[in-house]
Each structure stands twice: as C-alpha cells, then as structure tokens.
Design a binder for this molecule. Structure first.
Ligand SMILES: NC(=O)c1ccc[n+]([C@@H]2O[C@H](COP(=O)([O-])OP(=O)(O)OC[C@H]3O[C@@H](n4cnc5c(N)ncnc54)[C@H](OP(=O)(O)O)[C@@H]3O)[C@@H](O)[C@H]2O)c1
Length: 421
C-alpha cells in the first residue's frame, strides 16, 4: 500500500470513527463558563464560534501547535504543502506572546486566496494573524482545544521550554497525544520521567519524540527494537550535536570558534541559546534519552559533561558571539591544543555488567580508523555495540540538526499519530 493509499484508508477510518463519536458526551465549553482572564473580546468571539461549532460536530483530530518558531513555522510550511493539509486540521497555535484558535482548520483558512494587497505564503499569513492575536496561557489554550469534540486531541511541542515540557504528563493524563521536539520532559529528573511514562501507559496516550535525538534519524526506534528483541547493548558512542559537529569540523580547518558559531546561529543550527550547545548539556540530555530508551536509569547529573564555555560566560545573561569572541576563542584553543586527530564532541555510554552505566560527553581527538572521521559538516553519527554487533558497531549517520530536517521528522511523527487515530 502506498503512503497515499494508507492516508486515504486512515481518513476513511477516521471519518467513520468521527461519525460514531458524534453522539459522545465529551465536555464542551460554553461561553461564559470559562475563565479567560487574559483573553480580550476578539479571542472570546473566536472561542464562542469554536465552541458553537464543536457542539455541532466532532472531528477526527484536533491539533494544536505550541512554538511556531524556526522548527515550528517550517513544520507549518511542510504541512500546508502536504496532501494531508485539507484533512489534517490545525486548530490552534500558541507562542509566548500570542494565541490563535479557530473552529475551522487554520491551515485551510490560510491557503485561501490572500486578500488583495496581502503578500507572503499561506504560512506567513497564518503567522501574521497570530502576531495580531492576544496572549493566552498554555492552560487556557489547551482547555479550549479540548473543548472541541474530537476522536483525538494532539499537541505539538516545538519549543525548547522546560515550562511547556512540565505539562506533557498532564496532557497525556487527559488523553492528549503529544508530538514533541522538546527534550526537557524525556531528560527530566527520575520522578518526573517516571510520571511521564506512567501517564502515557495509564491513558494509552501516544508520545512521539523521534526528533529529540539526531533530529529524527531512526536512532530511538532502532534502540527500542534492539532492546525489545533482547539484544544486550554494551556501548553507545555518538556525535549528537549538529552544531558541535560543524563547529569542530570548521575549527579543525583553522577557523575561529566564535566566527563559526555566529554562522551556525544564523543558519538555525544552534539551539536558541548557543550556550546550551556549548555547555554540553544538550548532548548530555540526548544521551540520557537514549539510555532511558534502553531501560537504563540515568540522570542528567550522573553524566560527566565537559563544558566548552569558559565559566565566566555561563554566568552572563546572554552570550554575545561578537562581544565574547576573544574569551571563546582562547578557551577553545586551550581545550583543543592537547588533542590530536580529527576533533569531535563525543557522547559515550558504557553499559556495565551489573546493569548500571557510565556516561560522559567530551571533546576527543579521533584515531584515523574511527568511522567518526567520515563525518562532514553538521552530520551526526551513533555507533551501537551489542552482543550481535560486537566486531563492527551498528552505525546510523546523517544530518542530525537543521530546521528543515527536524520539521520534516516532526511532521512525520504527526502523520503517524493521525494514521493511528
Ligand atoms: N533547530 C534545530 O536544528 C533543532 C534540531 C532538533 C531539535 N530541535 C528542537 O526543536 C525545538 C524548537 O527549536 P527552534 O530552533 O525552533 O526554537 P525557536 O526558534 O527558539 O522557537 C521556539 C518557539 O517556542 C515558543 N516558546 C518558547 N517558550 C514558550 C512557552 N513557555 N510557551 C509557549 N511558547 C513558547 C517561542 O515563542 P516566542 O517566539 O514567543 O518566544 C517560539 O515560537 C527545541 O526543543 C529544539 O531543541 C531543534
């Protein structure tokens, strides 16, 4: 069956289930019953219409996007151009300053011919509408989306916010499926992580997070398959940061660390705050996610992480790559001059005989025969050594960062959610 056939079959199944759901007793927001301290009249009007519409019909899936930033807005572009655009609706978008909610799909609306004199793509018009909307709290936003009767509710988290990630468990408990590029929940402290797992299991809610490691390359799914099959994973070595991969490659060629970072930031290849990349913590979070995927109990604090930033720059309110260039370059020089061979920032996880593990992330120089010397640009690579892959590790390599690849894989996770609705 082709991808299009599967989607058509999925749509038929969804339509059939939606009509059965028409008589269900899902809670419906009634205007006047909701507390909307931050909403103004225009938002109230939108919500009144949204509520009235939801009383008329239940749809297959209601989707809300939190974080239409670099990845999130690219996701909207991909979605808008995809064959699923007309049938896979987007009912809400929220960032820190604005919220847009609609009873009809915001994508279908934005793909209508633009009003005379309006320039830009359909996604640009949607983002312009968002920019003219009022602010709303995440709680109120989610509450409004849930008030739309549907077979499934899905929230996409395309933020890098710990505050948003802290709500994933409660969404799962409410039966909402979560599609996330945000690593914070999966790498949170043990209790919060256990709660997330329990919430998903108790409520049979999908949690799709392929893009949290290597921008959606099939790493977590491979680890899960190996683990499920009873394979004993002995070691994972990985270059897990596209920005650090590009940084080490360019610095190897003699370029200045600060100049390379500035370029990468402009290309959207760093985290919103590049100190997250340079601190090594973003890599450590990915290693924790991988370890937990194979059932290991690893906390972020247990990873021995080498920071690539001088301590004084960690304390600054923000990193200014021009103003702090000299400090950055001096620090890089000190770290790299002791190493020989191709430089990479490598994450290593060793699974010990008693089932515990040792984890570290640091700048290393590679010997000439290491497959990681094949890495180019911002590529990532993971080497998985197991009982079956003992002589030669199983290797997965490819673009592990970048707005376009991340957004594409995030959309693939959303489609997976839709097709299993
Ligand atoms: N860029 C990549 O190559 C890449 C690769 C893999 C994974 N990722 C992950 O993808 C996610 C997004 O990255 P990005 O580069 O797109 O970030 P970004 O451009 O900074 O966008 C972040 C978005 O999240 C919104 N946001 C932040 N905190 C929020 C909050 N508390 N409530 C509501 N909205 C909030 C921001 O709203 P405002 O505009 O109002 O601040 C913005 O729309 C991150 O988790 C990142 O780790 C990125």
């Amino acid at each position: 069956m082709s991808c299009c056939d599967r989607m058509a079959a999925g749509r038929l199944a969804s339509a059939a289930s939606a009509s059965q759901l028409g008589a269900s007793s899902s809670s419906v927001l009634r205007p006047g019953h909701a507390s909307l301290p931050e909403a103004d009249n225009s938002l109230r009007e939108a919500l009144t219409s949204l509520s009235a519409s939801s009383e008329r019909k239940a749809v297959a899936m209601v989707v809300g996007l939190i974080g239409p930033g670099r990845v999130g807005s690219e996701l909207l572009r991909i979605w808008q151009q995809h064959a699923a655009c007309q049938t896979l609706p987007l009912h809400g978008v929220l960032n820190t300053r604005h919220a847009l909610l609609s009873a009809e799909s915001l994508l279908a609306d934005s793909s209508n011919p633009p009003p005379p004199g309006t320039a830009g793509s359909a996604t640009d018009r949607l983002l312009t509408r968002l920019a003219h909307s009022e602010r709303q709290s995440i709680t109120a936003f989610v509450q409004q989306l849930r008030s739309l009767r549907a077979q499934r509710h899905v929230l996409i988290d395309a933020t890098a916010s710990a505050e948003v990630a802290a709500q994933h468990s409660s969404w799962l408990r409410a039966g909402i499926r979560v599609v996330t590029a945000n690593k914070w929940a999966l790498a949170a402290g043990h209790d919060d992580y256990a709660e997330l797992q329990q919430a998903g299991a108790d409520h049979d809610s999908q949690y799709l997070a392929a893009t949290t490691v290597m921008a959606g390359l099939p790493v977590l799914s491979t680890l899960r398959r190996l683990q499920c099959s009873g394979e004993r994973i002995q070691r994972i070595s990985a270059v897990l940061s596209g920005s650090l991969s590009a940084l080490t490659a360019a610095c190897d060629q003699g370029e200045a660390c600060s100049a390379v970072l500035l370029q990468l930031q402009q290309q959207g290849l760093t985290e919103p705050d590049p100190r997250l990349d340079l601190s090594g913590l973003d890599v450590a979070r990915k290693l924790v996610i991988m370890a937990r995927t194979i059932g290991l109990q690893l906390e972020l604090e247990q990873v021995d992480v080498q920071c690539l930033l001088p301590a004084e720059l960690l304390a600054e309110p923000a990193l200014d790559l021009t103003m702090h260039a000299a400090q950055l370059n001096r620090h890089w020089q000190r770290l790299s001059e002791k190493l020989s061979g191709k430089l990479v920032y490598r994450a290593d996880l060793e699974v010990l005989a008693d089932g515990s593990c040792a984890a570290q992330c640091r700048l290393v120089g590679l010997s000439a025969d290491d497959p990681m010397t094949m890495l180019r640009g911002s590529d990532n690579q993971v080497q998985i050594t197991t009982a079956s892959y003992a002589q030669q590790p199983l290797i997965i390599q490819g673009a592990g960062a970048g707005i376009a690849v991340t957004a594409r894989q995030l959309f693939a996770d959303l489609l997976q959610c839709w097709q299993s609705a």
